[in-house]
Design a protein around this ligand. Structure first.
Ligand code: SF4
Ligand code: SF4
Length: 434
């Protein structure tokens, strides 16, 4: 859909010219209402992803389920034309998403332990391999159990990188490292490495012929002509990995560091307070979110590169691959780049921010913390509304503003939250740091 259209809705038989209402609805729906309904469906979808991971770990929550049902029902034809209520529902979605992320973090820690910092090798090791992409830690755990002692190396890709920080996952010696970076390098990476591949959630792409016969999916990921693993029975993928045989060891591997959980960082609270009060840490930046191949995403690397040495960068989700190869050094032993984990670990950033508020006895917006958020898909939309629900102002959003945000919605976000589109990194940093 082009953003030039005032709206686009073809959900009922009254769709204009049998193709879609694009100026105003035959039913009377106005463009801003249509866009807020679209926004609500994206929030619902984002929460659904986290809820699915929760359900995989045996957790369900009636309040989350109720919101998903009500939020979806609200967008049905001729149910809700109330602009204010649709904004309220978006903010409520932000609250529910916080709850989903919080429960998911709790379940991850209960199942796999609290993450601790881990240096991860990026590159191939000699031997047959299985590469896991997606977000689902449960399927990785099951795969690690089923491949134990079989001489198969298991690698992570994209948003699976933070798995290396969890004690109950990194205890497996055959979880050997990472291949590639963000989701959109997958066609090249999956073609380059002759290993079996498991895609256990988004962001997976329709495979090319070079690896179509050695990629497998598990729920909810599905690809045409690709075997879907049922009930975490990974026998077909293990068989394929053995059949493909050994790949060669890569020389000069790089490393990445991940696994900074809330408690690792909050154990340093006293030191952080001391450094802030001494003026040695001027500001914290949370830079991350969903990455995309759009040209504008270069902004995030330039932004981090240009930050002065007295700033700390917290990061999460695949947006980190824009700059996590940079060596930012440390401030008296505190690394300047701290990878908090997957997109759902936005809750870790929230927990840290809340703890820092307590430490400095200030409100959220008084903290020396700026959020610089990249977005690609709908989980990031849910996270954005979570931050807005918390009242966080001055968020920088890029690489483009969401297409569902028409002038009315953008003005609302700017007037109430001072949401700012990503501009020029140098100028943005100058404005923030004064
Ligand atoms: S619900 Fe309204 S806006 Fe949507 S297609 Fe039907 S008449 Fe058009
Ligand atoms: S774009 Fe978002 S959902 Fe996709 S892999 Fe990255 S963080 Fe995950």
């Amino acid at each position: 859909m082009s953003n030039d259209l005032d709206m686009f809705c073809y959900q009922c038989s009254q769709a204009a010219n049998g193709s879609g209402c694009t100026i105003t609805g035959t039913c009377g729906k106005q463009p801003t209402i249509a866009k807020l309904q679209d926004n609500l469906t994206y929030i619902v979808r984002g929460i659904s992803a986290y809820n699915h991971h929760l359900n995989q770990l045996g957790v369900s929550d009636p309040e989350i389920d109720e919101f998903l049902t009500n939020g979806t029902y609200t967008t049905l034809t001729n149910v809700n034309f109330d602009l204010e209520n649709l904004v309220e529902l978006a903010l409520e979605g932000g609250r529910i998403n916080l709850k989903a992320m919080e429960l998911l973090k709790k379940a991850h820690i209960e199942n796999y332990g609290e993450p601790t910092p881990e240096t991860v090798e990026v590159g191939a090791k000699e031997g047959p391999g299985i590469l896991v992409t997606g977000h689902d830690l449960k399927s990785l755990e099951e795969l690690l159990k089923q491949t134990e002692g079989k001489g198969i190396n298991v690698y992570t890709h994209s948003e699976m990188l933070p798995a290396h920080g969890y004690p109950e996952l990194k205890k497996y010696d055959h979880l050997v490292g990472q291949l590639g970076g963000p989701w959109f390098d997958q066609r090249k990476i999956f073609s380059d490495y002759n290993v079996a591949i498991l895609a256990n959630s988004n962001c997976v792409l329709i495979p090319n012929d070079e690896y179509k016969d050695r990629i497998f999916t598990s729920a909810p990921a599905k690809l045409p002509g690709v075997i879907q693993i049922k009930d975490n029975n990974f026998a077909p993928i293990i068989e394929k990995a053995i059949e493909l045989g050994s790949i060669s060891e890569e020389k000069d591997k790089k490393t990445l560091t991940t696994g900074f959980g809330a408690s690792t960082i909050l154990d340093l609270a006293g030191k952080i307070k001391e450094l802030v009060e001494a003026g040695k840490i001027k500001r914290f930046f949370l830079v991350g979110g969903c990455d995309s191949p759009l040209k504008g995403t270069q902004y995030f690397r330039e932004f981090v590169e240009k930050l002065p040495n007295d700033t700390i960068v917290l990061t999460l989700a695949c947006g980190k691959y824009r700059f996590n190869d940079l060596d930012l050094g440390n401030i008296e032993g505190i690394p300047r780049l701290l990878d908090l984990g997957q997109c759902n670990d936005a809750i870790v950033a929230v927990d840290i921010a809340v703890a820092l508020c307590g430490l400095f006895d200030v409100e959220l917006n008084e903290l020396p913390l700026t959020i610089v958020c990249s977005w690609m898909e709908q989980k990031a939309v849910a996270i954005l509304w979570s931050l807005l629900y918390l009242g966080k102002t001055d968020i920088i959003l890029g690489p483009v503003l969401p297409a569902w945000a028409n002038d009315d919605i953008t003005n609302y976000l700017v007037e109430n939250f001072n949401l700012t589109p990503a501009g020029n990194p140098e100028e943005d940093i100058k404005r923030i740091l004064g």
